[in-house]
Design a protein around this ligand. Sequence first.
Ligand SMILES: Cc1cc2nc3c(=O)[nH]c(=O)nc-3n(C[C@H](O)[C@H](O)[C@H](O)COP(=O)(O)O)c2cc1C
Length: 164
Amino acid sequence: VFSEFIAHLDYPMVVVTTVSEEARAGCLVGFHSQCSIEPERFAIWVSKANFSFGVVLRAEIFAVHALDESAREIATLFGTQTGDEIDKFEHCRWHPGPRGVPLLDDCPNRVVALRTGLFDDGGDHLCVVVRPIHAEVGASFTPLRFQGVRTLQAGHDAREPRGR
Ligand SMILES: Cc1cc2nc3c(=O)[nH]c(=O)nc-3n(C[C@H](O)[C@H](O)[C@H](O)COP(=O)(O)O)c2cc1C
């Protein structure tokens, strides 16, 4: 019933990108939310099974890209492919933003943010709390939501943590 409840919430999807020590990473994320008003904070939950997880642990800078309904291709690239096998950034248009974080050219609604904290409660996702330093809002858009991508097969199953 919990999963039905979550499905009804139908959260909007984002792509989170990051970079550390020259390694770039990015994945499709449904678990995210603003989590403080003053100061402004945003939380992102990253699966411990993902290639992105290893990069996130060392990274300071993040970009959160809102996805429009038309951004299915980007959602599919970042949600079904894994950095363990391909360089996703060879398959999309992007440019380096603050501190080298990859900004996706097809997703003009985005926030660039610096890490302020990590929280691990022992679940299969790690909570990364970030402080927005820059935001860009393009033309108005209709969010791509969970129901629109729920049939995508994730590049990594969160229930199979890395190294298991
Ligand atoms: C509908 C959907 C929602 C997802 N939500 C998240 C999420 O909230 N956090 C996360 O870390 N991965 C999430 N994923 C999984 C990753 O996007 C996926 O495993 C990706 O291929 C990982 O790429 P990486 O191994 O290069 O990091 C989701 C995937 C799908 C299809």
